[in-house]
Design a protein around this ligand. Structure first.
Ligand code: SAM
Length: 164
């Protein structure tokens, strides 16, 4: 697989997972959390797929396309761990969907970041809500959820929060 093939494969898998997750949380009340705004591609996609849902964004430094910058009141600017532990005070209700697209080119560092933020992320989720992520997360309250057809295992990760 060429590097171009790999990028296309990754983005198609990401879009398929976002679409599947958005449909799967249609009956779960609550906002959406986007961890990692980047250039705003997935934020924009979630806005389109989940109109009417408030989307809170966590990002260290905003470098997004001008059309994809969240309003100040929905942005947690800074390191994830500067805000996640206290975020419920502002968010006000458990999240139906968390999308964590947090990876850099450094696989070990990205997995370590997921391990660091995992518990605080799950604390913010509604029971029955989904965590969709580019990294594996491990938490006793998370059960693996099926990926959409055509998405290779390990390409993306989807979990449902249980009552455990
Ligand atoms: N979902 C985005 C998109 O579609 O354009 C791409 C997100 S990019 C892969 C990851 C983002 O996570 C980067 O913008 C980076 O600044 C942010 N990030 C990584 N580690 C972070 C941390 N510890 N705290 C806050 N933001 C972080």
């Amino acid at each position: 697989m060429s590097r171009l093939d790999s990028v296309i494969d990754r983005l198609m898998a990401q879009r398929a997972c976002l679409d599947a997750a958005a449909a799967a949380v249609s009956s779960v009340p609550g906002p959406v959390l986007e961890l990692g705004l980047g250039n705003g591609r997935t934020y924009d996609h979630l806005r389109a797929r989940l109109p009417g849902r408030r989307i809170f964004v966590f990002e260290r430094q905003v470098n997004a396309h001008p059309d994809c910058i969240p309003p100040d009141e929905d942005l947690f600017l800074g390191d994830f761990m500067d805000h996640l532990p206290e975020a419920m005070l502002r968010i006000g209700e458990p999240a139906a969907l968390v999308h964590a697209d947090i990876g850099t080119g450094d696989k070990q560092a990205s997995m370590a970041l997921a391990a660091t933020i995992g518990s605080a992320v799950v604390d913010l989720m509604a029971s029955g809500g989904l965590l969709l992520a580019d990294q594996p997360f491990g938490d006793r309250r998370l059960a693996p959820a099926a990926l959409p057809d055509g998405v290779k295992p390990g390409r993306y990760h989807m979990f449902r929060k249980t009552d455990a």
